[in-house]
Design a protein around this ligand. Structure first.
Ligand code: FJE
Ligand code: FE
Length: 320
C-alpha cells in the first residue's frame, strides 16, 4: 500500500488530488493493513450458573457455528458461598483466566490448586473430569473459555497446563502491552500446548494506541472487551462505532488480521483477542458434555451415572 501511494504521488497531476487523498486516508487509518470485518457483536448478559454464581455469557450455542472451535465464553464474578461445586466435563478443554481474586480447583484425580489474578489454568477434560471451582477471596473475577476437541481427542486422558502470571510471556511497545496466553504476538510465544490450535492474547492499549494482530488464515476470531473508556474500543475500521466492556466482537473470515484502536483520551482499553482453527465436526452439547453425536452423549450420561470410561472415581469422590 505504501509503495502504491508513493507511485501515485510521483505521477503528479495524472491523478486528481481527491483520488490520492482517498488512497492516503484509507491507508493511514489502517496503517497499510487490511482488517477482517466485524460481523457480529454480542453483549454478554447475566446468567445463573453453578451454585448461586452469576456469569456473563458472551459466547453460547448461537455463536458456536460462527466461532468453531469455541463453545462458550463466560466472564465470571463470584463471591463465597457461591461457586461451581462438583460437576463433570467431557469432550473439550476449559481455560480459566483469573482477573481478580482467586479460584480453587479440586478434581477427582487428586489434582488441587488455587490460581490467582493473572494466572491461567488450561484444562483438557478429555474423557472425563469431575471437579469443583470455588472462589477464594471476597471478589473473584475472570474468564472461562471452552474450546472443543476434535473427535479423535475427545476421549484422551485429562491434562492440566497451569501458568502463573509470571510464566506468561509479555511484550510492551508503543503504548501496547500484550500477555501471550496462547500462540504468538509481537515476536513472543506462549509455552502452552494447544491441541486445537488456538491464539489467546490479553491486550492493554493506552489512550491513542493501536494494534494490528495477524491471525492465521481460516481461523475463526473474536475479541471480548474487558475495560474501555468512553469511545475507546474501535475494531476493524478506524471510523466504526466504539464497543464498550462486556461485548464480544466476532470477526469475519479471511486471511487478514485485525486492527484495533483505543480512541479514548484518558482511559486504557483492555480486551482479549482469541482465535482458533475450526474443527468442522458436528457438535452435540448436553450441559458440560460436548460430543459429536447424540449416541455419544447418551453413552456419556451412562458413563457418568455408572462410573465408567473415565468416570470411575465418580462414585466415591466428593470435593472437601
Ligand atoms: C458449567 C455447572 C457448572 N461457567 N465460569 C454446569 F458449575 C459449570 C461451570 C462454569 C464455570 C466455572 C468457572 Cl470457574 C467459570 C463458569 C460455567 O463450572 F459450565 C455447567 N454447564
Ligand atoms: Fe468446570
Amino acid at each position: 500500500m505504501r509503495a502504491a501511494i508513493n507511485k501515485a504521488n510521483s505521477l503528479g497531476g495524472f491523478f486528481s488530488l481527491k483520488f490520492i487523498k482517498s488512497i492516503k486516508s484509507m491507508s493511514s487509518s489502517s496503517q497499510e493493513f487490511v482488517s477482517r470485518p466485524v460481523i457480529k457483536k454480542v453483549f454478554a448478559k447475566h446468567q445463573k450458573e453453578g451454585d448461586g454464581a452469576v456469569v456473563r455469557r458472551g459466547i453460547s450455542r448461537s455463536e458456536q457455528k460462527l466461532l468453531d472451535p469455541f463453545l462458550m465464553l463466560d466472564e465470571f464474578s463470584v463471591s463465597p458461598p457461591a461457586g461451581f461445586p462438583d460437576h463433570p466435563h467431557r469432550g473439550f478443554e476449559t481455560v480459566t483466566y483469573v482477573l481478580e481474586g482467586g479460584i480453587t480447583h479440586q478434581d477427582f484425580k487428586g489434582h488441587k490448586g488455587t490460581i490467582y489474578a493473572g494466572d491461567v489454568q488450561w484444562m483438557t477434560a478429555g474423557r472425563g473430569i469431575i471437579h469443583s471451582e470455588m472462589p477464594e477471596e471476597e471478589i473473584n473475577k475472570g474468564l472461562q473459555l471452552w474450546i472443543n476437541l476434535s473427535s479423535n481427542e475427545k476421549m484422551i486422558e485429562p491434562n492440566y497446563q497451569e501458568l502463573s502470571n509470571s510464566d506468561i510471556p509479555r511484550a510492551e511497545e508503543n503504548g501496547v502491552e500484550v500477555k501471550v496466553i496462547a500462540g504468538e504476538s509481537m515476536g513472543i510465544q506462549s509455552p502452552v500446548y494447544t491441541r486445537t490450535p488456538t491464539m489467546f492474547l490479553d491486550f492493554t492499549l493506552q489512550p491513542g494506541a493501536q494494534i494490528h494482530q495477524n491471525i492465521p488464515e481460516s481461523w475463526n476470531a473474536f475479541a471480548y472487551v474487558l475495560e474501555s473508556g468512553e469511545g475507546g474500543g474501535v475494531f476493524s475500521s478506524s471510523n466504526s462505532s466504539p464497543v464498550s466492556a462486556h461485548n464480544v466482537i466476532v470477526f469475519g473470515p479471511g486471511n487478514d488480521g485485525v486492527s484495533v484502536w483505543n480512541k479514548s483520551s484518558s482511559k486504557k482499553l483492555r480486551f482479549v483477542l482469541i482465535a482458533g482453527e475450526p474443527i468442522g465436526e458436528p457438535v452435540v452439547q448436553y450441559g458440560p458434555f460436548v460430543m459429536n453425536t447424540q449416541a455419544e452423549i447418551d453413552m456419556t450420561i451412562e458413563d457418568y451415572h455408572y462410573g465408567k470410561n473415565g468416570f470411575e472415581m465418580a462414585k466415591y469422590w466428593r470435593s472437601q
